[in-house]
Design a protein around this ligand. Structure first.
Ligand SMILES: NC(=O)c1ccc[n+]([C@@H]2O[C@H](COP(=O)([O-])OP(=O)(O)OC[C@H]3O[C@@H](n4cnc5c(N)ncnc54)[C@H](OP(=O)(O)O)[C@@H]3O)[C@@H](O)[C@H]2O)c1
Length: 329
């Protein structure tokens, strides 16, 4: 193996709109001890990538971008056991630099891709599916017969989570940003769907629950929906604020949680639920089994060439995407 290869990668030197993303030839060194080099077959585009690019989440610049890809092992660093060249693997917790033809990744952050899960499906679904899993099974473990509210129900995480929640016996009320997305969210198992831009979804949730509210709200929209989401909760309900697609939630008085019904609030992240390698493997096995059983279908709504990454970000920002988005290197 050569000391280093030249690979095409997307990088950015300053934060800003999607135009800051540029395609460059970069040096990829041979993998260090404990790392493997993966030739990417497909790259996952996640909303967190837009937070890195915009500066909402701070990075040292210049930087690569992207945390998720699937492909084939091309080289092993010293001391790597359990993998060989040619194995099909995926990763979704970095290191940054997944928007590239290849990347070096720590062996203990890899998951094996089972038969029948191709690179596009894996890249489209690992971060989103693993997130849906911990949200529904760990953060607030849903129980059959419960009704929950899930925002951005036709998005990447949303379409997976709605199908999984339905399979777990839960009624899902979804919100989406356009009428076209309503049917998609219903096909994914939502029992009722509101267009959050045109309908009073808070009143809708109250009506559908006979005024009681829901025991859990899964909110990745952030600033625009935070307060309304609290108003949808039943007494002692759980607000799971796991994203900021519309902007970060501003600071607020904790007393508001008491006033609105002794509510619980958590702001979880996948990285903490899969930090231990064994938790990552359990999560991956459970998710891939749900896909292989047919309980969850992965919708890849958009594919872009690697060099067109900025258009993928534009589509995400403008709320035009459905399901998952991938880049093809
Ligand atoms: N904490 C974690 O562990 C974790 C892990 C993965 C993802 N996430 C979060 O989960 C969310 C979904 O991630 P994803 O990658 O699957 O993205 P996505 O759901 O495919 O895209 C985000 C969606 O948010 C909705 N949205 C509402 N207001 C928006 C606005 N002002 N601008 C842009 N979008 C808006 C849009 O759907 P509508 O137009 O239908 O409303 C949009 O399609 C993101 O907030 C992400 O940060 C969190």
């Amino acid at each position: 193996m050569k000391d280093r290869n030249k690979v095409k990668a997307i990088r950015f030197a300053e934060t800003g709109d999607p135009d800051v993303l540029v395609c460059e030839d970069v040096d990829l060194p041979a993998p260090a001890p404990g790392m493997v080099q993966i030739k990417h077959g497909a790259i996952g585009v996640n909303f967190i990538d837009t937070y890195h690019r915009s500066g909402l989440y701070r990075l040292d610049l210049p930087s690569g971008i992207g945390l998720e890809a699937a492909g084939t092992i091309e080289a092993l660093g010293e001391g790597v056991v359990g993998f060989k060249v040619g194995d099909r693997v995926g990763y979704c917790s970095g290191p940054l630099g997944a928007y590239a033809k290849a990347n070096n990744v720590a062996a203990d952050r890899l998951v094996r891709l089972p038969e029948g899960i191709d690179d596009v499906t894996a890249a489209a679904s690992m971060m989103k599916g693993f997130t849906a899993r911990y949200l529904l099974k760990q953060t607030f473990p849903v129980q059959p017969g419960q009704t929950i509210l899930f925002h951005a129900a036709a998005g990447g995480v949303g379409l997976i989570a709605c199908q999984w929640a339905k399979a777990l016996g839960v009624k899902v009320i979804g919100t989406v940003g356009s009428n076209e997305k309503i049917d998609l969210a219903k096909e994914a198992g939502c029992h009722a769907v509101f267009n959050a831009r045109t309908e009073d979804w808070v009143a809708g949730v109250r009506d559908l629950t006979d005024g009681t509210g829901v025991p859990a709200v899964y909110d990745s929209v952030g600033k625009d929906t935070f307060e309304g989401s609290l108003d949808c909760l039943a007494l002692r309900g759980m607000m799971i604020s796991y994203g900021n697609a519309s902007g970060a939630v501003p600071a607020f008085e904790p007393g508001i949680l008491s006033a609105k019904g002794s509510l619980f609030l958590t702001r979880p992240t996948l990285f903490h639920y899969t930090k231990k390698p064994e938790d990552l493997q359990t999560t991956a096995a459970d998710f891939f089994a749900a896909v292989q059983s047919g309980k969850i279908r992965i919708t890849v709504g958009q594919q872009f060439a690697l060099a067109d990454a900025k258009f993928a970000h534009l589509a995400l920002h403008s709320r035009q995407t459905i399901g998952s988005t991938v880049l093809i290197p």
